[in-house]
Design a protein around this ligand. Structure first.
Ligand code: RUQ
Ligand code: CUA
Length: 641
């Protein structure tokens, strides 16, 4: 959340005054969220973890948490980012970065509708985009974005997931270099990135970037239907301040939404209009056959300059420090959340095209024509609540906007712009989510409010309180609050999709036969322990209800011991875990058919037990073994059983 201090104080005070427990009749609500034991939820919801760097999976309407998908942060629970197989996922041009701040999940789309293949999410801090495979619910790929800082306006998909788009919050020198900070206006630039997504495999590559003036680019959404081929990016700090932004970046009445004609950009790229800039970044991917992640280094990127590319980008003036930008299901309306504005401005795509044709410009900035506000505006929603941020759509002609300061969701009608309903949220709502609510075909049954502050809503847990989601029924004329449930980390954006779409694709285990991990142990007969200098490689198998080998001798203090463990099970829901005493690393959680490796450097002589950490059968407690560690110069022979 990027607000004026004053605004935050006002909002905190406001939420303090709001009623802590609203009256109201919840008797009907309980049955609407009750999912009987053994029954499935109707929707999956994916919530960003914010500063925990992960992505969480919930069911709706129950609000039950199913999984935390490890994305940008190491996770000792599974070994993600600790195991040798997954460490490469977190490689960047800054080295190994085991954490990030993840804000916006976005489902892949076909024909403008979420298709359930992948979900993307951004890393805000060390600028990256991840792709999660929704057959395994595991991170399949992470690509770093060069020439970017604060990858906040990211990663939003175009209508057929041709591109994932991303914008830079912080402008920085491009290419980055050592300059005085007060040379901001002259040296600092923003970039808008277009990441090409392979239609079959999903692999990401940065196709091109567009160099833009040094504003802060905040959020984005792609066009659809008639506006397919365009993408929209909000910006604030058009003042180009580099200090005390709370004052210095709130001077202008209007900032801008950048409208990019990416089809034209593709053409300019093909014509050789882009400049190749040398810069280092990483693409990391998980190879499911090898059951291992790999890192590839990239060394250049194509950058288009609007000055050389007429017609590629326009600015839509937008009051005032806009945050979200959301395109309605028809693709005609572009809604901005002007967080300091008193109205919600809605731009018209068709008016924009006409204004471009008639050259209704109000000057230009760095080769980017500024369109006249009156020539592009479709309407303004009056009385939209204080601090409007984000808008989702129900597919029935209504829009729902979150108002951070007045802690409410405001429902209004597209076309007439009249507010038809409002409901308080507890408290300080940021994003909101309707399943499919940023697509062409929303499943407009619920809206989820994603709230920053919970205060008195839950049992207190010391100074740190959970953040929260609220489920609201939008199937009738009046919104009805059904359920509060806590979230993991800070939820920014979220996505939802009917469960049946994903259930069809769900993978139950990895086929052992297809596992071509170089350190796989295909059967118990192949288990062994090998020494290579001071490295010990343990090729171990796990199956109910033992490890093989389970006694290992001849390891010496200071050896680098690699446990390569293959889970031989070929059955759903039978992972095995692995931990050894004193392991300065995480445990491993190994899914059926997988091979995983953990490194251990024993520091002291003695006997070290290891065991399975996941209660896998009645004889789980028997699933254990010992490693004998001897002194550096001992002559205990390497042996195993
Ligand atoms: S943000 S609460 Cu990081 Cu998407 Cu608006
Ligand atoms: Cu394997 Cu417990």
């Amino acid at each position: 959340m990027f607000f004026l201090m004053g605004v935050i104080i006002v909002s905190a005070a406001f939420s303090g005054c709001a009623p802590s427990n609203e009256e109201g009749d919840f008797s009907g609500a309980a049955s609407k969220v009750y999912v009987a034991p053994g029954k499935y939820d109707e929707f999956y919801a994916f919530m960003s973890g914010g500063f925990n760097g992960q992505l969480t999976v919930y069911g709706l309407p129950s609000g039950r948490l199913f999984k935390i998908i490890s994305v940008f942060s190491q996770n000792p629970e599974t070994g993600y980012g600790y195991s040798e197989e997954t460490k490469p996922m977190l490689m960047t041009s800054y080295g190994f970065v085991p954490w990030d701040d993840a804000h916006h999940p976005e489902l892949s789309q076909t024909d403008g509708v979420p298709d359930g293949r992948w979900i993307f999410i951004n890393a805000n801090n060390t600028t990256r985009v991840a792709r999660i495979d929704l057959s395994t619910f595991e991170t399949a790929e992470i690509i770093e974005i060069p020439n970017s800082a604060g990858n906040h306006g990211s990663p939003f998909v175009t209508e057929n997931t041709e591109y994932v788009i991303a914008s830079t919050r912080f402008s920085v020198p491009v290419p980055n270099r050592d300059v005085p900070i007060d040379s901001y206006k002259e040296n600092f630039k923003g970039t808008l990135s277009f990441i090409k997504v392979d239609p079959e495999k999903g692999n990401m590559e940065i196709a091109f970037q567009i160099l833009v003036p040094g504003f802060d680019y905040d959020l984005a959404h792609a066009g659809k239907g008639p506006s397919h081929g365009w993408a929209f990016f909000t910006s604030y700090n058009s003042e180009q301040a580099n200090t005390l932004l709370e004052i210095n970046a709130s001077q202008n009445d209007k900032d801008f939404i950048a409208a990019v004609n990416w089809k034209l950009a593709e053409k300019y790229l093909a014509e050789g209009k882009a400049k190749k800039i040398n810069t280092e970044y990483y693409r990391n991917y998980f190879d499911e056959d090898k059951q291992k992640a790999f890192s590839e280094k990239r060394s250049s990127v194509y950058v288009l300059n609007p000055k050389d590319c007429p017609g590629m980008i326009y600015y839509l003036p937008t009051p005032k420090s806009p945050h979200g930008v959301d395109v309605d299901p028809t693709g005609e309306y572009i809604v901005a959340g002007g967080k300091l504005a008193t109205v919600i401005p809605v731009h018209s795509f068709s008016k924009m095209l006409k204004a471009i044709e008639n050259k209704e410009f109000d000057g230009e900035i760095d080769g980017i024509p500024i369109l006249k506000y009156d020539a592009v505006i479709a309407g303004e929603v009056e009385n939209p609540g204080l601090g409007p941020l984000h808008t989702e759509f129900d597919g029935k002609g209504y829009a729902y906007t979150s108002a951070f300061i007045s802690s409410e969701i405001v429902k209004w009608k597209l076309g007439t712009w009249e507010v038809v309903d409002r409901i308080p949220t507890y408290y300080s709502i940021g994003h909101l989510m309707i399943p499919g609510g940023d697509s062409k075909k929303p499943w407009g049954k619920y809206v989820v409010a994603l709230n920053k502050i919970t205060k008195d809503r839950y049992l207190p847990t010391g100074p740190e309180l959970c953040q929260s989601a609220q489920l609201i029924d939008i199937s009738g004329d009046k919104m009805q609050l059904l359920l509060d449930f806590p979230t993991i980390g800070e939820p920014h954006y979220a996505q939802g999709i009917p469960a049946e779409i994903l259930m069809k694709r769900n993978k139950k285990f990895y086929e052992l036969e297809k596992n071509s991990h170089p350190d796989k142990t295909a059967s118990e007969k192949e288990t062994r322990v090998e020494r290579k200098g001071n490295e010990i490689h343990v090729y171990m198998t796990a199956t109910r209800t033992h490890f093989k080998p389970d006694n290992i001798e001849g390891v010496k203090v200071g050896d680098r011991v690699y446990f390569h463990i293959t889970n031989l099970e070929q059955d759903w829901d039978i992972p095995h875990g692995f931990a050894v005493k004193g392991l300065n690393n995480s445990e491993l959680l190994i899914m059926p058919g997988q091979t995983k490796t953990i490194e251990w450097v024993p520091q002291k002589e003695g006997i070290y037990p290891f065991y399975c950490t996941d209660f896998c059968s009645a004889l789980h407690q028997e699933m254990q073994g010992y490693v004998r560690v001897s002194s550096k110069n001992s002559n205990v022979e390497l042996s195993f059983n």
